[in-house]
Ligand binder design. Structure first.
Ligand code: F6P
Length: 360
């Protein structure tokens, strides 16, 4: 028996005692989110046995085919989090509009934003998926009796908590409440998340990057420059070989980066110019940016820090570059150099980025 391990509830209560700025029922709200993740973990792990795989036969607000598990996971969050009295409203990838807490339940001072099943195209092939969540306070001028979408449109720097559950070989919960990042592993025998990874820190240096390379021809020059330098390895200006990974599940990529460093890019591209990026700001980029920042990494659009982006709509997309600090800063510099004209590949055949004469 594993007596003495800290479960997530004990962790939250201690955290709340340490940080009086987290008022009222905050830890109970996270406990409700944790219960949602346990329920989703159960559905994901039973897969075909539970008849939950396959398409729902509808599209979500993003125009993406909804999986049955997308819908079930969304319902799990609503079911476990709507009645506790901690929330005024919720918003998710799977719902076009916000979900105000129904009037039969008390309403609280927090807002919950979530992606109930991120990377869900992986689910039918039995690969890792996850849930991502972010907790915001209702703004001062919010009418708790009639919350509106604008109440959610706060920069990521105002998040009070963020986390994800990774449904992988084991189920893990990774959480920050603004003072470091903690990883818990689900012990299925006792149904509890136990603290297994205290104080996660991302190493500032890395030799590993993750990007969907099939989009290369659509990338902007700073990203093309960065990736081509990584690919050049020891023979190029980086002077070291890089490894590349792509799971196509953001939760799994961020988790790998928390465990062993690395950089993840889903940058702006020209594949569909109506979209400034693929990933969603409120329930993918912001919570991951808070986690990565709390673990000493960095998250950027290439042009500004993700946590500073002022949201204009609930389902807004944003370019995402996150992970090991030195790499993200380098990629930000490449964006700056491109914009100021310092980096103009191919302008001069002798002195451009791709010639023998460049030596930085
Ligand atoms: O929508 C989110 C997502 O599934 C992420 O989890 C993942 O990083 C990305 O999309 C995968 O994109 P692609 O289909 O281009 O590989």
């Amino acid at each position: 028996m594993l007596c003495g391990r800290t479960n997530v509830n004990k962790f939250l209560i201690e955290e709340q005692r340490r940080n009086p700025a987290l008022f009222g029922d905050f830890s109970m709200l996270i406990s409700d989110v944790v219960r949602s993740c346990k329920a989703i973990a159960q559905g994901v792990s039973r897969g075909s046995l539970a008849g939950v795989l396959g398409d729902e036969g509808r599209e979500n607000v993003q125009g993406e085919a909804q999986k049955k598990l997308d819908v079930l996971a969304n319902q799990a969050f609503i079911h476990h989090c709507e009645w506790g009295g901690h929330l005024a409203a919720m918003a998710s990838e799977e719902m076009e509009d916000i979900y105000p807490i129904p009037s039969e339940h008390p309403r609280g001072k927090y807002l919950l934003v979530f992606d109930p099943l991120d990377g869900s195209s992986n689910i039918d092939v039995n690969l890792s998926v996850g849930s991502i969540f972010s907790v915001l306070r209702c703004p001062e001028n919010c009418n708790a009796d009639a919350p509106i979408a604008a109440d959610f449109l706060q920069p990521g720097s105002r998040q009070v908590a963020a986390g994800y559950a990774l449904y992988g070989p084991s189920t893990m919960l990774v959480l920050t409440v603004g003072s470091g990042v903690y990883g818990f592993t689900l012990d299925r025998d006792i149904g509890e998340f136990l603290l297994t990874h205290p104080h996660l820190v991302i190493s500032p240096e890395t030799r590993e990057f993750a990007i969907n390379a099939s989009n290369e021809r659509f990338w902007e020059p700073p990203v093309q420059r960065y990736v081509s330098e990584c690919l050049a390895g020891k023979t190029g200006i980086r002077g070291k070989d890089f490894n590349m990974r792509w799971v196509a599940s953001m939760v799994a990529e961020v988790h790998r980066i928390l465990m062993r460093g690395g950089v993840f890019l889903y940058p702006r591209d020209s594949k569909d110019i109506s979209r400034p990026g693929r990933l969603r700001l409120m329930y993918e980029a912001n919570p991951m940016a808070m986690i990565v920042g709390q673990a000493c990494g960095l998250a950027s659009t290439g042009r500004e820090r993700i946590l500073d982006v002022l949201p204009t709509s609930l389902h807004q997309r944003v370019p995402v570059i996150l992970g090991s600090r030195d790499e993200v800063e380098r990629i930000e510099r490449y964006h700056r150099e491109h914009e100021t004209g310092e980096d103009q590949p191919y302008k001069s055949p002798l002195f451009s980025t791709r010639t023998l004469f460049r030596n930085d």
